[in-house]
Design a protein around this ligand. Structure first.
Ligand code: XUL
Length: 511
């Protein structure tokens, strides 16, 4: 029966996952890690080195190289590529790619004999892409706020935010006007890679498009006034907004055994794709995704925005809207705490939590090694209400894990109170982290079988565009495989620590 391929282009890697919905089986996957597999692009954690800690760019050619390599690996693994009936996918949100007027022709003329980076190198109007980790656009955000005030949040779902594409485009147009003028098309990471697959400009979907401060969620289309103020002539440089099918697969990809002409679904952002892949696309279940960024998201029954201005509203690929709170200091911060404490991951799974007690005697930490997004804090540095450096490894680990969980709870309050939370992403494999989330939120924390819920969501959206019901795939691919029940005896200690984490967010780093 028909197979469907989902591709997830995330911060540190690019993955592919093939599903067979009629059998309810995952039939193949392949992964390209930027650090291990593509060191020549100098983006080991998905980011180019920069003297300014607020500037975070990546090389878009690396994403193309990863697409070639992932498809070659998938074919080599023995998956029946000719059975793939449609492709879907997602990209890390907010990142943008700047193309000149040769992009359309170069896409149409892709030759099987050469690889994507060498064929598309000349189409870049800007050699690097700002990504979601960038916080260098505060001046542009204040200008957008000054011009549009509260309308920015009520119409686009978010106030002006540093990593959002609108502020990034404005900074580029202001600081490099010539290269901006040479830019004929601006794509998101998602729509860029989707364009390459179909050999023509692909649309942007309402899930990822809402991460730009440019899409009016009330009209479902670009907001002409905001676009005009953001940068000169911007509206003409943006692709269409659409959900559903983007186009059909370009013959270039026959070299990987795929059939040219199969439908390619409009790509979305990694969080909206994950909402689908975790089976949380209907109201009532929240998701905590513990990846390079930590995110908390859920489908929204009614459109509402975060009164504190930190959270976002995006389009839900299954219809309606979704909410999201995003924390920059996720897996890279946990890894640094682990390394500095000199422990293995097993310590996060169990040991640290056996050696300490819930609430850590009041000792909390926020491992903000990078400028934080939620709340927006531009001065990096670990915050703690005790002498973190002098503490034992188990106290440090619990302080950071509880600090991150309390911050998630604090900034998810506007989204709703959930009794059921589904977890995904690398760190969700840790029983210690899952139990902490269950106790802090006093909610049942559920794991699902597939770790890469974003790629799964991409594959499900491809199958959905081909007529397969989402309900059928959710039952088959997102069953709950493990549960952590909340322990009511710990509710009071975490309730009392919620204001403490709020105070810690306002503190300056020590040392
Ligand atoms: C969401 C966000 C991050 C990226 C990570 O707003 O910035 O979660 O999507 O890939």
């Amino acid at each position: 029966m028909a197979y469907y391929l989902g591709i997830d282009s995330s911060t540190q890697s690019l993955k592919g996952l093939v599903i067979d919905p009629s059998a309810g089986r995952i039939v193949g996957d392949a992964n390209v890690n930027f650090k291990a597999d593509l060191p020549q692009y100098n983006c080991p954690d998905g980011v180019l080195a920069n003297a300014d800690p607020l500037v975070k760019h990546a090389d878009p050619l690396m994403w193309l190289a990863a697409l070639d390599l992932m498809l070659a690996r998938l074919q080599k693994s023995g998956v029946a590529m000719e059975r793939v009936a449609a492709i879907g996918g997602d990209g890390q949100q907010h990142g943008s790619v700047y193309l000149n007027d040769t992009f359309s022709n170069a896409l149409a003329e892709l030759r099987r004999a050469a690889l994507l980076p060498e064929q598309l190198k000349g189409t870049l109007a800007r050699s690097t892409s700002p990504i979601w980790m960038d916080s260098s656009t505060s001046a542009e955000c204040r200008e957008l706020d000054g011009q549009f005030g509260a309308r920015l949040q009520t119409d686009t779902g978010s106030p002006a935010i540093e990593r959002f594409t609108g502020a990034q485009i404005r900074k580029f147009a202001k600081t490099e006007p010539e290269r901006y003028a040479q830019t004929a098309r601006i794509h998101l990471v998602s729509s860029f890679l989707c364009s390459v697959l179909i050999g023509e400009d692909a649309p942007i979907d309402s899930g990822d498009g809402a991460g730009m401060n440019l899409l009016n969620l009330k009209t479902g289309t670009w907001d002409a006034d905001i676009a005009a103020f953001t940068a000169p002539g911007l509206l003409a440089k943006l692709p269409k907004v659409a959900n559903g099918v983007a186009g059909t697969l370009h013959p270039y990809f026959e070299k990987y055994g795929l059939r040219a002409g199969i439908p390619v679904a409009v790509w979305t952002g990694d969080n909206p794709a994950s909402l689908v892949g975790t089976g949380a696309w209907g109201a009532g279940v929240a998701v905590v995704s513990l990846g390079t960024s930590d995110t908390f998201f859920a489908a929204l029954d009614t459109f509402r925005t975060d009164p504190e201005g930190c959270g976002h509203v995006f389009g839900n690929p299954a219809g309606g809207c979704m909410s999201l709170a995003c924390f920059k200091n996720g897996s890279l911060a946990r890894d640094r705490v682990r390394k500095e404490a000199g422990v293995e991951w097993a310590f996060f799974d169990k040991t640290a939590f056996e050696m300490t007690s819930a609430g850590n005697g009041g000792g909390l930490a926020l491992p903000w090694f990078e400028a934080e997004i939620t709340p927006p804090v531009l001065t990096p540095g670990l915050r703690a209400n005790f002498d973190f450096g002098a503490a034992t490894p188990e106290v440090r680990v619990r302080a950071a894990v509880e600090g991150q969980a309390l911050a998630l709870r604090r900034h998810a309050q506007w989204i709703g109170a959930f009794k059921q939370i589904r977890v995904t992403g690398g760190a969700s494999k840790s029983p210690g982290i899952r139990q902490t989330l269950a106790d802090v939120f006093q909610a049942r924390v559920e794991s699902i079988a597939v770790a890469d819920s974003a790629a799964l969501g991409g594959a499900m959206l491809a199958a959905h565009a081909d007529g397969v019901p989402l309900e059928q795939m959710t039952a088959a691919f997102s069953p709950v495989t493990a549960v952590c029940e909340p322990r009511p005896e710990h509710a009071a200690v975490y309730d009392s620590l919620l204001p403490v984490i709020g105070e810690l967010e306002k503190a300056m780093p020590k040392g």
